[in-house]
Design a protein around this ligand. Sequence first.
Ligand SMILES: [Zn+2]
Length: 230
Amino acid sequence: MEEQSERAVIRFSHCQKEIFCFCLPEQCPCCGEELRGSRLQEAPVSIPSPLTNGHKTSCCLLVTPAHDNEDRDFDGTSDLHTGISNTKGGTQGVVYNYTPGGVCRDQTRWERCISVPLVRPDMFHLLAQWDQYLDRFSDGPMWDPAWNRFDEDHHNCFSFCLGFINGVLAVEGRSPLSRDSFAHTFILPRMRKVSKYTTLHQHIQRHQYYVVDRQEDQQEETPVKPGLFQ
Ligand SMILES: [Zn+2]
């Protein structure tokens, strides 16, 4: 599914409510007042989808629903698959991911992902060698089915990604990350955003609007850590 096919969510405020919908209605769905011509307290804002097309990213960790249950999407129960994008995201990025058959270099299928940037755009020395690192790492015996068996729990797609990330951290003179700390710092906060957004989207699809009371000094949700080197 292409990201364009998903309708963008917009939010506007009226009569002390926050109203989420796909397009601005003529009347406020809460109080019935004509919206056209009347002054809204603030311009409607669009809420960007937290999902990105992994093939347009560079040097990111990507998380997507596992390929065998694509239709189930990010509903919190589906199995997830992880991979790493190369530097060619401007055109057609390749996503390296470990499967029972070895490392796949995918040019499609990662269109709806959460992405965690792994490199700052000014880390030129790292960017220059990224694709080479990725190829060399993928060709290692660790991921060769002739040498090592894929294991659902202990030697899986996430082991591949974390192994690669820790290799890069070592080159940068930094200490390795554990599976748990990486998941808790970088993946879970993004998953929560996706699941909130998905719920909102489905609600609007079903009921046209999602309405909450407007809170004056709204607590910003905890910011998601932007990336590994930020
Ligand atoms: Zn109203």
